[in-house]
Structure formats: structure tokens, C-alpha cells
Ligand binder design. Structure first.
Ligand code: GRG
Length: 304
């Protein structure tokens, strides 16, 4: 059960991550609107500066601090992760994928603009993420090898062994019943890889030693799957208004979900078990953190 102080700690960190990341992303949105211009520039800015919860950004900040990092420039690394996440949402909502009209409480990018524009915007956001990351490394005074390691973590998490591979499996599985092990394999890639990378990037930015990076990666692995389990439960139990995206989409698309395989209460219990195990990975690693623990609790008890 989440304690009041945990909930307050997570809320404060999320608010800080939202403020700092949104400021960075709004600056990039303004630059892109001007540099790219026209409809593509406007659509890029629309997608990039859209109001997410910034959970991945908060994980970057908390992991960085857990590993001893102190500089405010870490919000640039958080913005790079959120840029990759935003690209995935723009493409996920396309008619050839989950075909949705509502995201973050407003029209999806292909609905606000058009299909071709939204498809281009998704692809264009990937090199934008690389620029945001490189700017952040400069702000933090990190050297080229550290930037290289962060880039590998981030873009591998977005690739065939991570987000794209997981999404691919997810699309192929529509209309089929998956067992729990297959479901976990899909979501470790589709959702978990970027969440894991958020934690590892925070550690690399703080020059964490291998033992701490391994603990942050293990923490991220478990909270990544727990995040998706909570997402499935919310899809089945919350309203579109609360979520800012269309509720009940999994059922409409005939997807296998944790709520269906384990039942809503079973899925909630499994998410809680994974969140607790995630926090356990940090104990004795040198980067135990009340903020990461509070975020793990938030991830499995959130209402949107
Ligand atoms: C080419 C096959 C192929 C794939 C492209 C589209 C894509 C890559 C991947 C989809 C990844 C995806 C959308 C995973 C879902 C993760 C998830 C649960 C998102 C919701 O995250 P929140 O709740 O959203 O943090 P906000 O809006 O708050 O940021």
C-alpha cells in the first residue's frame, strides 16, 4: 500500500520533471516550428509539446540523483527520452497501428493534421531526440564516450529488440490469445525497454559504476512491465476522460492483456509484486532511493 509520504514524493518529482521537461521541449518545439516551417513544423511542435505525465522523465531525474548526480541539466536527458516516447505515441495512434483519435486529452497528430504529416512527424522526432540528447550531454559536461553510451541505450531501447520489436509482436498478436510469458515478452520490448533505458541513462549521466547501473537496469526492467500491467488495468477500468486517451481500446482491438489473463485484481497484485521487486534490486547497490521507490509505487497505483 502506498504511504502518504511516498505519494507526495512521487507527485513532487513528477511535477518537477513535467516543468523542466516541458520547458525544454517547448524550446525545441519553437525551434522546429521555425526551422521546418509550414504544416510539418506546426505538426512537429504540436506532437513534441503535448502534455504527457512525464513518468519517464521523472525516472531519469530520480535515477540520476540516486547515482549521485546533482546538475540541473539532467532535464535535457529526460527530454530526449520523452521525445522518443512521443514519436512512439504518434505512430502508435496511426490507423495502421492502434488507430486512435484521442491522446493526452486532445486530437492525435494524424487527426489534428493528416496521415502523411503524422507519419513524417514520428520519423522526424527520432533525429530530434538525438539532438536533444547531444545538447543535454554538453550541458552536463559529459564526454563523447558517455554521450555514446547514452545514445546506444536510448536508441537500442527504441529498436528491434525494444520498442519497435515489441510493438511488432503486439500487432501480430491482435486477435490471438497470448499466455503470460508471451505477454511479458511483448511488453518488455514495447513499453519496458524505454522505461529501463530512462533509469540507465540517469545512471550513465551520473557516471554510476557498473554495479549501480545493473541495479538501475533491473529496477527499470521490473517497473517497465509493472507500468504496462497498470496501463492494461486502467484501459479496462478507467474512463477516456480520466486517461486522456480512448479507454477500452484493448478489448476493441481484441488484444491479450494482463487484466484478461490474470483478472483485474490479479493484474493489480502482479504489478504491486513487480514494483516491490524493482525496489529490492536497488537495496545494497549503492543507489537505493526513496524517490525511485515512490515512483515505483506511483506507477502501479496511478489513476491515469
Ligand atoms: C514500426 C512496428 C513499428 C513500431 C513503431 C509505435 C511504436 C514504434 C511503438 C509503440 C510503443 C508504445 C506506444 C508503447 C505503449 C507504451 C505506453 C503504455 C504508453 C503510455 O505511456 P504514458 O501513460 O503516456 O506514460 P503519457 O501520454 O503520459 O506520456
Amino acid at each position: 500500500m502506498i504511504s502518504t509520504s511516498d505519494a507526495a514524493g512521487a507527485a513532487a518529482l513528477l511535477a518537477e520533471a513535467r516543468d523542466a521537461t516541458d520547458r525544454r521541449l517547448e524550446r525545441w518545439a519553437d525551434r522546429l516550428r521555425e526551422r521546418v516551417g509550414g504544416r510539418d513544423g506546426a505538426a512537429l511542435a504540436y506532437a513534441l509539446a503535448s502534455p504527457g505525465k512525464r513518468v519517464r522523465a521523472a525516472l531519469v531525474l530520480a535515477a540520476y540523483r540516486a547515482a549521485g548526480g546533482l546538475a540541473p541539466g539532467i532535464d535535457g536527458v529526460a527530454a530526449a527520452v520523452e521525445t522518443v516516447h512521443t514519436y512512439s505515441l504518434v505512430h502508435d495512434d496511426l490507423p495502421c497501428m492502434d488507430d486512435d483519435d484521442l491522446r493526452r486529452g486532445r486530437a492525435t497528430t494524424h487527426r489534428a493534421f493528416d496521415l502523411a504529416t503524422a507519419t513524417r512527424v514520428g520519423f522526424l522526432l527520432v533525429p530530434v531526440a538525438a539532438r536533444v540528447l547531444s545538447e543535454a550531454a554538453g550541458d552536463l559536461g559529459l564526454d563523447a564516450p558517455a554521450l555514446g553510451r547514452m545514445a546506444i541505450e536510448l536508441f537500442e531501447a527504441g529498436g528491434v529488440e525494444g520498442m519497435v520489436g515489441g510493438q511488432w509482436l503486439d500487432l501480430e498478436a491482435e486477435g490471438r490469445r497470448l499466455d503470460l510469458a508471451s505477454l511479458i515478452a511483448v511488453h518488455r520490448g514495447k513499453t519496458g525497454a524505454l522505461i529501463r533505458a530512462s533509469c540507465v541513462l540517469g545512471g550513465i549521466a551520473a557516471s554510476a559504476p557498473p554495479r549501480e547501473l545493473a541495479a538501475l537496469a533491473a529496477f527499470g526492467d521490473d517497473v517497465g512491465v509493472a507500468f504496462q500491467i497498470a496501463d492494461d488495468v486502467l484501459d479496462a477500468t478507467a474512463t477516456s476522460e480520466t486517461l486522456g486517451k480512448t479507454a477500452g481500446r484493448d478489448l476493441a482491438l481484441n488484444k491479450s492483456t494482463y487484466a484478461q489473463v490474470l483478472g483485474v485484481e490479479g493484474a493489480r497484485a502482479e504489478a504491486g509484486r513487480l514494483a516491490a521487486r524493482a525496489v529490492g534490486h536497488l537495496a545494497g547497490s549503492g543507489c537505493a532511493s526513496a524517490s525511485l521507490a515512490a515512483l515505483a509505487d506511483y506507477i502501479v497505483t496511478r489513476s491515469s
